[in-house]
Design a protein. Structure first.
Length: 348
């Protein structure tokens, strides 16, 4: 009887570990290298043929109506010529490394996000000692295509990590990232009109939000300067951005349109606001997203401020609804303990 029970327990244990989730691969970008060579070697860690197909499919699907694809490609190539030199060189180098079409890479960087990265859950939580944890799920309608494109990128100078982040092969931007001991950012797109509007904004020098995330991590020295840049830099679309630091109450949720903020909310231990949850839906709009937000909030309330830690945050991001079929990956970050940075690809 006992043996039977042991066997049963063993099977149960096994079940709870049989999960197809896996950590994202890591790629190192040496910042001292010229821009054209930054992504050299990337094709060695991925299945380049599959990536090529995925990028060109996704670029095509980002254009509606479909017969505008050829026009969009032309505009994308024009927009490339107007980019700052270092970004232009990086994109050209990346297209060469992946052996993909340059127009598709541009569309992928500038447009695809517009139609798809509208979902997901981002959370900043502060424990009773003022220690801050930051995490996110990135959801997308085409999650199957994106799982294999997810990578962690460490930007290093002479071998030392200056900042790191999570993104998809083919993007030069980051969807979330961390500057060790300084600050962490998660970002999502908000829908903001037709692809041509984004293209017009791009021609005026506005950035895709993923580029802004990377630039902020690259150039800002501290939480305050990061905040200033994230709030005020013109974007090609609206975005929801969460920024956290390492000091007590350093946490803010910024809901943005192209030119600036629409709503903001901050952490405040004094008023018991110990977490911020962002589910991308504008307050009062999409009911299913509101549902996701309340599920995450309920789960945080059950966990409690005293118990919150990186593991518990990961659990909150794994509660059904918060974790769903469209979830591509989960990242958790502890800026005060940078080695804890972790991106896990979710498979259901
Ligand atoms: C935050 O608030 C809680 C509850 O009011 C309190 O117990 C805790 O000491 C505060 N933490 C900090 C770092 O001020
Ligand atoms: C992702 O990669 C795995 C392993 O290489 C492969 O079996 C799977 O078909 C790929 N999925 C997609 C959607 O490309």
């Amino acid at each position: 009887m006992l043996r039977l029970r042991m066997k049963f327990l063993g099977i149960l244990l096994l079940c709870s570990f049989v999960s197809a989730d896996f950590p994202a691969k890591t790629f190192k970008v040496e910042l001292k290298r010229p821009s054209s060579y930054r992504w050299k070697g990337l094709s060695k860690i991925i299945d380049a043929t599959a990536v090529r197909t995925a990028i060109s499919d996704l670029a095509r699907r980002s254009i509606q109506p479909e017969n505008m694809y050829f026009l969009a490609r032309k505009i994308a190539v024009k927009a490339l010529s107007r980019l700052p030199k270092s970004q232009k060189k990086e994109i050209v180098g990346l297209a060469k490394e992946l052996k993909t079409d340059i127009a598709d890479i541009m569309l992928f960087n500038f447009l695809y996000e517009r139609t798809t990265f509208r979902d997901g859950t981002s959370i900043i939580a502060q424990d009773s000692n003022g220690h801050i944890f930051h995490g996110r799920n990135l959801d997308n309608t085409y999650s199957a295509d994106f799982r294999n494109l997810t990578i962690e990128v460490q930007f290093v100078r002479r071998g030392k990590v200056v900042f790191q982040g999570t993104t998809f092969v083919g993007y030069i931007g980051l969807w979330n990232g961390m500057k060790p001991y300084k600050f962490a950012i998660t970002a999502n797109e908000r829908d903001a009109g037709g692809w041509w509007e984004s293209m017009v904004a791009a021609r005026s020098g506005n950035l895709p939000v993923s580029w802004l995330v990377r630039r902020t991590l690259e150039r800002c020295k501290d939480y305050d300067s990061a905040l200033y840049r994230l709030v005020g830099t013109p974007l090609i679309n609206g975005a929801n951005i969460l920024l956290s630091g390492i000091e007590k109450d350093q946490g803010i949720s910024i809901t943005r349109n192209r030119l600036g903020p629409q709503y903001m909310a901050i952490l405040s231990n004094k008023t018991n606001t110990w977490y911020l949850v962002d589910t991308t839906a504008d307050p009062g709009t999409d009911p299913s997203r509101k549902d996701t937000r309340s599920t995450a909030q309920r789960s945080l309330d059950e966990t409690g401020q005293k118990r919150i830690c990186l593991n518990e945050l990961f659990k909150v991001l794994s509660v059904p609804k918060v974790l769903n079929r469209e979830t591509i990956y989960t990242t958790v970050m502890d800026t005060a303990q940078p080695s804890q940075y972790k991106s896990i690809i979710r498979t259901g």
